[in-house]
Design a protein around this ligand. Structure first.
Ligand code: FE
Length: 182
């Protein structure tokens, strides 16, 4: 099975699960994130990163109430590790950094923190809370810093019940184009 088939299968089998305390499914959340990246004119690899940023949740198969149990599943690391077999850093790094981007934005943007959803606020604590100024500075020096922050903003916005988006098949070519060539 090709990785594209595998990705489609993962979303077909598990994408209907709820997105942790949010009013959309995992599949809707992924499709909205990707559509917002496209809409913003993001490069292809970043659109693919947006589509697949939460794949770590799906491959884990952890329960929907995991944060209620006080567990941080480290889905960003699981997702990055899974994706790294097929994709280069322009896909895997924004995925790996999308939780750090939230901790960063909570530090530098008080408005951002004030508008986090209850579920996202709950997981923030498990993820280590807002960055301190030193951590924020270190984060800004990462070459994928800006991509990770962009991805995070789409991630936070991609929770709109009933939003119309292209289906996942729409991204077949985009995924193929983002695959590592070696
Ligand atoms: Fe997400």
């Amino acid at each position: 099975m090709s990785v594209i088939q595998e990705i489609f299968l993962i979303f077909a089998e598990r994408g209907e699960s709820a997105y942790f305390g949010e009013p959309v499914s995992q599949l809707e959340h992924a499709l909205q994130s990707a559509a917002m990246a496209r809409q913003a004119g993001a490069p292809n690899s970043l659109c693919v990163a947006a589509l697949l940023h939460d794949v770590g949740h799906l491959i884990h198969g952890e329960s929907e109430t995991i944060a209620d149990e006080g567990i941080d599943a480290r889905h960003e690391t699981a997702g990055e590790a899974w994706l790294a077999t097929w994709f280069g850093p322009s896909v895997t790094e924004p995925v790996r950094l999308h939780v750090d981007a939230k901790r960063y934005l909570c530090r530098v943007d008080s408005d951002y923190l004030a508008h986090l959803s209850p579920a996202s606020l709950q997981s923030l604590e498990l993820q280590g809370g807002p960055f301190d100024s030193e951590e924020a500075q270190r984060f800004e020096s990462n070459p994928f810093f800006a991509d990770a922050v962009s991805l995070r903003r789409w991630d936070d916005a991609a929770k709109i019940p009933g939003m119309e988006t292209p289906p996942i098949e729409h991204y077949r070519g985009a995924i193929a184009a983002a695959l590592k060539t070696n």
